[in-house]
Design a binder for this molecule. Sequence first.
Ligand code: EPU
Length: 417
Amino acid sequence: MEKLMIAGGRPLRGTVQISGAKNSAIALIPAAILSESTVTLDNLPTLSDVAIYTELLEELGATVRWDNDQMVIDPSRLVSKPMPNGNVKKLRASYYLMGALLGRFGEAVIGLPGGCNFEPRPIDQHIKGFEALGAEVSNENGALHIRAKQLRGAKIYLDVASVGATINIMLAASRAKGVTIIENAAKEPEIIDVATLLNAMGAKIKGAGTETIRIQGVDGLQGCRHSIIPDRIQAGTYMIAAAATRGDVIVDNVIPKHLEALTAKLQEMGVHIYEMDESIRVVGQPEYESVDVKALVYPGFATDLQSPMSSLLTQTRGVSILSDYVYSNRFKHIPELVRMGAKIKVEGRSAIIEGGPLSAARVKATDLRAGASLVIAGLTVAGGTTEITGVEYIDRGYDHLVANLVNLGADVWRQED
Ligand code: EPU
C-alpha cells in the first residue's frame, strides 16, 4: 500500500487544470448502455472509479476503448446479466446500473453498492422511483432484483432531493411508456450533464437542474458524442488549498457559476478571488476571519467540500461553525485533524473549529473527501512531514493529484507504506 507524504508550508502558486467531473462520469458511463450504438465521452477523468466502471460494462458485454480523456463505449452487444458481487461492491455509483439495465432490458440484478461509506447511505428513493415506474423490487441476499414487464411513466415525489435517485429514475424513465415527472428532484450540475447526454441520445428530458424534471419516454436511444462538465469539487478543493497555503493559484477549466457558494464563503473569510470565463484565481491572505458554513443541496455549499473546508477553517482567527445538512455525520476526518493539532469539537451535525496552528502527523484517510481535507491540512503545516494512509480513497476522486500539487510548488510524493 502506498502513502502520501507532504512536507508542507509552501504556498501553492501557478495554474492547475481541472478534469471532467467524477460524479458525472460515473453516471454517464452507465447511461451510455441505454444506447444501441456507440457513445463517445470526452473530458473523462483518470480515476479508479472510472476504471472499475469500465470493467463493469465489459462484464456486461460492452466494448470499451479508453484512451486518455476519451472513452468510446459500444453497448450494441450488451446482455442482461446478474451482477450480485465483485466490482459492483467496490463502487457506490454501481447503483446507476439498476436504472440503466432496467431501462434497456426491463430487468436488473445488482448487488447493493459499496464505495465511500462515511455513514449509512440508503437508496430507498431509488427503489421508490423504480416501483412507481411499475417495477417489482426485492432484496435477495444483498442484491436487488428489479423487474418490470413494461415501465410506465409516473409522477414521483422524492422525500429527499437525492442526486443518485434523480439520475437513476431519469435513466429508467427515458425508456418508459408515457411521461414521468420527478418532483423535488436534485438540482446538481451533474444531473444536467446526464440529461444533456440522454437528450443527445434521443431522450426527451426537460427541466433538469430544476426541482421538476419531465421525461417523455422514447422507444430507443442512439449513440452520440458528449463532453463531460468540469469537476466542481476537484476545483473547489484546489481553491481551498490555495487559500489555506496563502498561495496564488489559477484554477482552470471550470464553470465559475458551479462554485459560487464556495467563492462567496472564501470572500467572506477575506480570500481574494477573481472570476474569469473558465477559470478562477484565488489569492490567499495572511489572515482570515472565522465564518459559519452550512453544507446543503445545490446551489448551497457542497457537502463534498465540507471536509476540505474544515482544514481551511483551522487557519482563521476565532471560531467557525461548519454544519452538514446533507449527511448527518460526515466527520470521520475530524479526529485525524485533531491528531494534527486542530481544535475541533463535533456536536450533532456541526463541527466547531477554533483557529490555530497544525503540526505534521501520521493520519488516515477514511473516505475520499476526508482524504482531501488531510492533504490540505498537510500542505499548510510548516515543518515536519505529514503521512497520509488510505490513498486509495483519494485516488477515487482526484486524478494526477501529486503531479498537480508538485506543479504548484508543493513538496508531495507517494511512497510504499
Ligand atoms: N438519501 C436517502 N435516500 C436515498 C438517497 C439518498 O435518504 O434513496 C439521503 C442520503 O442519506 C443523504 C442524502 O439523501 O443524506 C443525499 O444523498 P444522495 O443520494 O444525494 O447522495 P448520492 O447520490 O449517493 C452523490 C455523490 C456524493 C455527494 C452527494 C451529495 C455520486 C456517486 N455521489 O451521492 O459524492 O456527496 O451526491 O451531493 O454522485 C463524493 O464525491 O465524495 C460523494 C460522496
